[in-house]
Design a binder for this molecule. Structure first.
Ligand SMILES: Nc1ncnc2c1ncn2[C@@H]1O[C@H](COP(=O)(O)OP(=O)(O)OP(=O)(O)O)[C@@H](O)[C@H]1O
Ligand SMILES: [Mg+2]
Length: 571
């Protein structure tokens, strides 16, 4: 249905992609793509994992050249052979992983690599203030990056792109890590951009969000554009059908499988960051066989540290961890894994996958001492490959084979591979951070089903997720974490995402109807959320083929994203 531009006035489309084809070895990532993005609109692109969305956006951002097809910007043919060229034509891209240096200020982050625009001093500060004002971003140039929460960081990323003169802004899965309130704020920002005449291209797997914010939606399936629709004309269900030809899945548990047997017990745990502050403080919880325990919280409130302590990647400053009655507090990661603890990490590129290794070697990762990956002390490549094929089948990992590099998989498919690997070998406990992050609706349903089955067989799961529907639907019991402490317990049977979301920010734990679906555990949590303890924000499948001048390499910004200096890779 492309090419049906209702020429209001003579304004040409902001972006016109015609007949775009992009091949990778063994894969046609995009073919015969036709998209017309009207100026001053929010244009969403949806499609299942591996459909070719990120590849297309990288083409538009000059990170690689298409094999065929043409690109026009504001009516004129362009040759976008680098991100610098794309920026030259007013195209900016906000990467999903934040490329900001924590130890620098907002100002420093924004001007880095764009010193030519307004220098690095007063003029730059003035420009940032003006942009922030104009687009309602609420960005203070003099704040230290590490003091900012996730939503603020994202606004800095957007501002950074605007600072470079972008009037066409690409956002690849910007909402995956945001809680509902932050999503609302982001959408407010997008509407503001639109009001100012900017054009936004937006990729998301959350179809209700897409319907809420987009003016036009293009569906990509198996590399090509199959339809362009107006949100008023489709439901989320219909959109899901267009995307994956399937139903919209609902996260839910059937009858309880919870037993009396405690599999994992955390008692009085304290985990400290490098400067001695408590990232997790006096935290106790237990997970029984057949139970899924959910942790809700705004990112950066100690979830990462809790998980890493359980996995032996960070020391416990106080307290204890027991697995099936055995004290594992001092155990190292490998021993914990060997004792039957699966781990889906929050940041798959730092802890989950080796992008430069083939899939089957990634199957072995973290499992190198066990069958089928190992036979005695030897890695059993044939068995590992066979088992990788099993995972690829069971989890529907879209790949030409198990010998391709993990880097060649789309973001969602990398995630499916990791979840499949960690569910292998009948773990007793699964520690899962955002197991379906970036995964399409069809694959999400499959992962939930795998979790349900494993739970029925006795798996104990610690589930951390920013997707509140998932958290509520898949948890037997649910805790709220705030500033490193469990501050409330919610009843998954009755709590709503909205109430859970407000409990997570520490605002009004008992606010609302007083039904008591969220019970405050402690006093004194009334102020806003403290997001000073920011997590890693590098959960991002997309790696540039070309350096991105808007994402300069600074000491604090390794190419997989920004890590805090006190957050060294503990592995
Ligand atoms: N650098 C690469 N080398 C080889 N194949 C690649 C490369 N990048 C992407 N692909 C392949 O191109 C196809 C499209 O991938 P892409 O990342 O664009 O998907 P996507 O729609 O963004 O999916 P997701 O929702 O999972 O992020 C996939 O089959 C992927 O395996
Ligand atoms: Mg992608």
């Amino acid at each position: 249905m492309s090419g049906t531009q209702t020429g209001r006035g003579a304004a040409p489309p902001a972006v016109e992609l015609r007949g775009i084809t992009k091949r990778f070895p063994g894969v046609v990532a995009n073919h015969d793509i036709d998209i017309e993005v009207a100026a001053g609109t929010v244009h969403a692109i949806v499609g299942e994992n591996g459909a070719g969305k990120s590849t297309l956006m990288k083409t538009l951002y000059g990170m690689h050249r298409p094999d065929e097809g043409t690109i026009a910007v504001n009516g004129a043919r362009v040759d976008l052979n680098s991100p610098a060229a794309a920026i030259g034509h007013g195209i900016g891209m906000v990467h999903q992983h934040f490329m900001l240096a924590d130890n620098l200020t907002v100002l420093e982050n924004v001007v880095l690599g764009a010193e030519r625009e307004h220098g690095i001093g007063a003029a730059a500060r003035k420009r940032i203030r003006a942009l922030s004002e104009q687009y309602g971003l609420g960005v203070d140039p003099d704040r230290l990056m590490e003091e900012l929460g996730v939503g603020d960081r994202q606004r800095v990323e957007i501002l950074k792109v605007l600072y470079r003169g972008a009037n066409i802004v690409i956002l690849d899965e910007p909402t995956a890590v945001l809680v509902p309130q932050e999503v609302e704020e982001l959408f407010g920002n997008l509407r503001e951009l639109k009001r100012e005449g900017l054009t936004v291209i937006f990729i998301s797997h959350k179809l209700d969000e897409v319907l809420g914010v987009a003016d036009t939606i293009t569906v990509i399936r198996r590399g090509t554009t199959v339809d362009t629709v107006a949100p008023a004309d489709v439901t989320a269900r219909e959109l899901a059908t267009l995307m994956v030809g399937g139903e919209l899945p609902v996260p839910e548990l059937s009858e309880s499988t919870v037993t009396d047997e405690v599999m994992l017990r955390v008692e009085g745990l304290r985990v400290e960051s490098a400067d001695g502050r408590a990232a997790v403080d006096d935290l106790s919880l237990s997970i029984r066989r057949g139970e899924i325990v959910g942790i809700a919280g705004v990112e950066g409130n100690g979830q990462s540290e809790l998980i890493e302590a359980i996995m032996g990647m960070r020391p416990a400053a106080r307290g204890s961890l027991t697995l099936g009655g055995v004290d594992i507090t001092a155990w190292e990661t490998r021993r914990i894994r060997e004792a039957g603890v699966g781990y889906v990490p929050e940041d798959r590129h730092r802890h989950g996958i080796l992008l430069e290794s083939p899939l089957w070697e990634n199957r072995v990762l973290g499992h190198q001492t066990r069958r089928p990956s190992a036979n005695g002390v030897w890695i059993d490549a044939a068995a590992a490959k066979a088992d990788t094929r099993r995972i690829v089948d069971a989890y529907d990992v879209r790949t030409p084979g198990v010998d391709v590099l993990a880097d060649a998989l789309s973001g969602g498919n990398q995630q499916k591979l990791i979840v499949g690997r960690e569910m292998s070998g009948e773990p007793r406990v699964l520690v899962a951070a955002h197991p379906t992050r970036g995964v399409d609706v069809g694959a999400q349903a499959a992962i939930w089903e795998h979790l349900r089955r494993a739970r029925a067989q006795g798996l104990a799961v610690l589930l951390v997720s920013a997707d509140l529907d998932e958290l509520i639907g898949m948890s037997d019991s649910l805790h709220v974490i705030l500033r490193g402490r469990l501050v409330a317990e919610a009843d998954p049977a009755t709590v709503t995402p909205e109430r859970l979301g407000s409990a997570m920010t520490g605002a009004g734990l008992d606010e609302g109807t007083g039904e008591g679906t969220v019970e405050s555990v402690e006093e004194g949590t009334g102020e806003g959320a403290d997001q000073s303890d920011q997590p890693d924000r590098s959960d991002q499948p997309d790696r540039s083929d070309r350096p991105d001048p808007a994402a300069p390499d600074t000491p604090g910004t390794p190419d997989t994203g920004t890590q805090r200096p006190d957050d060294e890779d503990p592995a």
